[in-house]
Ligand binder design. Sequence first.
Ligand SMILES: Nc1ncnc2c1ncn2[C@@H]1O[C@H](COP(=O)(O)OS(=O)(=O)O)[C@@H](OP(=O)(O)O)[C@H]1O
Ligand SMILES: [Mg+2]
Ligand SMILES: [Mg+2]
Ligand SMILES: [Mg+2]
Length: 347
Amino acid sequence: MSLPYTTEKQVAVAAVRRACVLTNSVFNKLVKNETLTKVGDYAAQAVISSILHRAFPEDPIVGEEDAADLRAESGTGMRERIIELANEALVGELGLDDNVEWGMGPGQEKTTEELLDAIDRGNYPGGPSGRMWTIDPIDGTKGFLRGEQYAVCLSLIVDAQVEIGVIGCPNLPVDLSKPEQGTGCIFVAVRGHGAEQLTLSGASPEPLSIPASTSENLNFLESVEAAHSSHSFNDRVSALLGITRPPIRMDSQAKYCCLARGEGGAYLRMPTGVGYREKIWDHAPGQVLVEEAGGIVTDSRGQPLNFGLGRTLGENFGVIAAGKDVHPRVLEAVQKALSEEKEKARV
Ligand SMILES: Nc1ncnc2c1ncn2[C@@H]1O[C@H](COP(=O)(O)OS(=O)(=O)O)[C@@H](OP(=O)(O)O)[C@H]1O
Ligand SMILES: [Mg+2]
Ligand SMILES: [Mg+2]
Ligand SMILES: [Mg+2]
């Protein structure tokens, strides 16, 4: 019997690999020299969406970017650069099990209009039923521009359940404690069939599982940007848990990836203010990856994240991701810290 979603998994890994080659080259060619903030995001969404559309023409896509600004833009050459980069990534030879079959193959460059349409196919509103893909072409855009962590993120959601997650992390050390061993990994999970780490070329799959953890060897993974999640709240939760090690700050869903391979111990993302709604593409691939590595992902009420509400996760109760043994303790400490905050606000 073949594994479920075999083709979907192959296509998703191929799309993320190609997008990672692209974002790497965008960084080396462009970002280092000039601040071209969204080139990589648009081009990578165009690439992933084109590959998905070729393999699964009926599947809707919830993508972070849309091409409205690009269509309106003129005179800067930005659109032309994006089209050139996307075509390079779509038709290039990547070596290994070359997945030209999922790419476009030599001579099959797309027109500007086709690639703008591919970006705009990410406009699906989401919802509780049916199949849909989520694309975050560059998650952690700020990290990407700093030359630090970012991730190319793709997921397949079926009837509000995340079935496949693929996260490409070109700048992530293969082992966080041994950065000299090189960087670049792809993380893949299929619901019910485990999580694995591959090389950026899609080789050498290593199964992932979160080891048991105690308070002594625990530290939090958290956002770099204080505007995206509350650092001070995390400090209080750490104190309640007796954690003395400093948090690991890193942009993007690389945090879910590190957690899934036993680095850190808990990813805590509490809202910094009222109003911001978390986007499904920022959490769907990470959620299935951590769950398949044996972890738990909930909000601060202990409820699972709801991927069936549309493009967002709805009202923001934060995210707590951790191994099975650690999660209940972190949840309890988060709830204690929340009630302390409420108490303070009352007096
Ligand atoms: N106010 C607020 N609160 C929470 N989250 C927000 C907020 N504003 C933006 N975003 C989303 O954060 C995504 C990046 O998350 P990170 O964990 O990488 O944040 S950080 O860069 O490390 O601070 C980032 O994803 P990208 O846009 O793909 O980089 C945004 O979707
Ligand atoms: Mg994002
Ligand atoms: Mg993004
Ligand atoms: Mg963004």
